[in-house]
Design a protein around this ligand. Structure first.
Ligand code: OOG
Ligand code: MG
Length: 257
C-alpha cells in the first residue's frame, strides 16, 4: 500500500509535468477524506515559491450539472495559486492533458472570515467584490475519470482561471438570478443561472467555510474564492474558443491555441 507521501509525489509530478496518471484509489481504495485533503495540501505546497503564492480557494461540484458530468455527488474545495490566475485570455492545448472550460463567479475578501453554518449576511459582510470568471480544469487522471477521494487529492482538477476585469459590488444584482450562455466555437452549448450553485453562489462560500472549519482554517483578507461552475464544462482542443456571456454583466472568452 502506498503512503500519503508517495501519492503527494505522484500527484505533484502529474500536475507539473501535465501527464495523466492512474487513479490513486486504484492502489488505495480505502483512502479517507482527511488523507485526500492532506495529499492536496502537501502537493500544492510543493508548488509554492517566491513567485507562486497561495491566493485563495475554489469550490467544485457545487452544481447538479457538474456533479452529473463527473459522477461525484459531493461538494469539494481546492487551492488556488498565483500561477493559475491567467493574465491574458489564451491557453495552449499542449500545456494541458484534456482541458475543460466552465463559467463561474469569484468573490474577493476584504476581511477574515471563518466558522460553521454562517449566514449569507455574515459572509457578504466580508466580501469585497464579485467578478465574472472562467475556470480551466484539467484532471490529472486518465480519461478525466475519478472518485471523490481522487479528485480532492488532485486539487479539484484546478489548472487555470480567468477573472473579469470589472469588480462588481455585492449589491450590483441578485447573484442567484444571473444568467450565463456558454458558446463553444460560436455555437451556444450550455446555459445556466447563479442559483445553479447551491441555490445562490454565496452558499458556496458558506459551504467552503464549513469544510475549512473542520480543519481550523478560514478565508483571509485579500484571498479569493471561485464558487463553482454553473453549467457543464466544455472540453476544448487547439483552435477552440469558449465564451461565457453573462448578459448586462459582460462576457469572458478564452482562446485555445
Ligand atoms: C472537478 C472540479 C469541479 C466545479 O466548478 O464544479 C469544479 C472536475 O470537474 O474535474 O471545478
Ligand atoms: Mg470549477
Amino acid at each position: 500500500m502506498s503512503t500519503i507521501y508517495e501519492f503527494v509525489e505522484r500527484v505533484a509530478t502529474a500536475q507539473s509535468e501535465k501527464t495523466a496518471i492512474e487513479k490513486i484509489t486504484n492502489s488505495n481504495p480505502t483512502l479517507t477524506l482527511e488523507e485526500a485533503y492532506e495529499i492536496q495540501r502537501l502537493s500544492i505546497e510543493k508548488s509554492i515559491s517566491a513567485s507562486n503564492a497561495f491566493i485563495g480557494w475554489k469550490m467544485g461540484l457545487t452544481s447538479k450539472a457538474k456533479q452529473l458530468q463527473v459522477g461525484v455527488e459531493s461538494t469539494i474545495y481546492g487551492r488556488l495559486t498565483n500561477n493559475m490566475l491567467m493574465n491574458h485570455n489564451e491557453i495552449t492545448a499542449a500545456d494541458h492533458i484534456h482541458p475543460r472550460i466552465e463559467p463561474e463567479v469569484a468573490f474577493t475578501f476584504k476581511s477574515a472570515i471563518a466558522g460553521e453554518n454562517l449566514t449569507a449576511y455574515e459572509v457578504w459582510s466580508a466580501v469585497e467584490y464579485v467578478y465574472l470568471a472562467l475556470e480551466v480544469i484539467d484532471s490529472r487522471y486518465e480519461n478525466f475519470a475519478f472518485s471523490l477521494m481522487d479528485v480532492i487529492a488532485d486539487n479539484a482538477s484546478s489548472t487555470k482561471f480567468l477573472m473579469g476585469s470589472q469588480p462588481y459590488a455585492p449589491t450590483t444584482t441578485d447573484w442567484a438570478q444571473i444568467k450565463v450562455d456558454v458558446y463553444h466555437n460560436g455555437e451556444r452549448k450550455y446555459e445556466g443561472v447563479g442559483a445553479a450553485i447551491l441555490d445562490h453562489p454565496i452558499h458556496s462560500v458558506i459551504e467552503l467555510l464549513n469544510l475549512l472549519s473542520k480543519e481550523g482554517r478560514g478565508i483571509q483578507p485579500g484571498q479569493l474564492v471561485l464558487a463553482g461552475a454553473m453549467t457543464d464544462a466544455v472540453a476544448v482542443k487547439a483552435g477552440d474558443t469558449v465564451t461565457a456571456d453573462y448578459g448586462v454583466l459582460g462576457s469572458l472568452t478564452i482562446n485555445v491555441k
